[in-house]
Design a protein around this ligand. Structure first.
Ligand SMILES: NC(=O)c1ccc[n+]([C@@H]2O[C@H](COP(=O)([O-])OP(=O)(O)OC[C@H]3O[C@@H](n4cnc5c(N)ncnc54)[C@H](O)[C@@H]3O)[C@@H](O)[C@H]2O)c1
Length: 271
């Protein structure tokens, strides 16, 4: 079962777990980790697998269309798992345009690169001649449940929940979700999307909530809580998210959206 998959953002928090899972679990797949190594990317996250024979790293910015074209032509991927993004809500409030560039324009650049390559496929199916895996070619967009806005005191988001983004981060992710669906509806690009709740676990960037709080507690510093601290978020262990991404990539229905969560809802202030 041979596949060539480009995973974008593989040096980041979630992406590093997805890359490791695919490299170790599918030795017959060639995994290309495409990452610009911004402040959020760290190849230390992948030291243990960097010499694996089925792993390749490409330092590429998804805003660089010429480089994307080179990588897509060179490797002829039959799958893309797209995680590269500006992902820190606080930074989106300071620099919203960075989020428009990477999350919206960068995603459209990747969609174009996949469309340009896959439109050369025979009309019989979205599969490259090089892929003998019997699985469909697909562009998997990894997104967030923050596109749905705030959770109420009870209940969960569903795939039918209305989009209601409020931060520049969630607005940029919502926009990218819409573009991914538009490329499916307009050009027949074989896409699948998942929207996941907050992740926690190894390799989490230190300025994110859980590592920040742990660090501040260790150093006896105050814990910064925004607003009234009464908003509810669901939390999922990052390796469970990576396992869900594996499942959606292989078993998800083309054109569909899947919500991923932990049934693990907390208010920031729970006492
Ligand atoms: N962290 C969460 O709780 C969470 C929850 C649900 C969904 N998501 C989504 O999952 C994805 C990964 O999130 P994360 O927390 O691992 O992010 P992260 O910030 O830890 O990592 C992002 C990665 O993308 C790379 N990157 C950024 N801009 C790039 C560019 N222009 N070109 C190429 N690479 C670039 C960075 O170098 C980094 O390695 C994002 O799309 C995010 O929206 C995150």
């Amino acid at each position: 079962m041979n596949r060539t998959i480009i995973i974008t953002g593989g040096a980041g928090f979630i992406g590093s777990h997805v890359v490791r899972l695919f490299v170790t679990q599918y030795p017959n797949y060639k995994i290309i980790n495409l990452d610009a190594l911004t402040y959020a990317g760290n190849l230390e996250n992948l030291r243990d697998i960097e010499n694996a024979p089925n792993y390749i790293f490409e330092k590429v910015n998804i805003l660089d269309t010429a480089e994307l074209e080179r990588v897509f032509n060179q490797y002829q991927p039959d799958g893309v798992i797209h995680l590269a993004a500006e992902s820190h809500v606080d930074r989106s409030i300071v620099s919203p345009l960075d989020f428009v560039y990477t999350n919206v324009i960068g995603t459209v650049n990747l969609l174009n690169a996949a469309k340009n390559l896959w439109s050369k496929l025979p009309a019989s199916g979205h599969r490259l001649p090089t892929a003998d895996c019997g699985l469909p070619t697909r562009f998997y967009h990894v997104s967030t449940d923050e596109v749905y806005g705030a959770l109420g005191d009870t209940g969960f988001f569903t795939e039918e929940t209305k989009y209601d983004p409020h931060s520049p981060y969630s607005a940029s992710k919502a926009s990218s979700d819409h573009f991914v669906r538009a490329y499916h509806d307009t050009y027949g690009l074989p896409v699948v999307i998942s929207n996941c709740s907050n992740n926690y676990g190894p390799n989490h960037f230190p300025e994110k909530l859980i590592p920040l709080f742990i660090n501040n507690i260790i150093h006896k510093k105050p814990l910064p809580v925004y607003g009234d601290g009464l908003y509810t978020r669901d939390w999922l262990y990052v390796k469970d998210h990576a396992a869900a991404i594996d499942l959606v990539f292989h078993k998800g229905k083309t054109g569909d959206t899947y919500n991923i969560g932990g049934f693990n809802e907390w208010k920031i202030l729970t006492w």
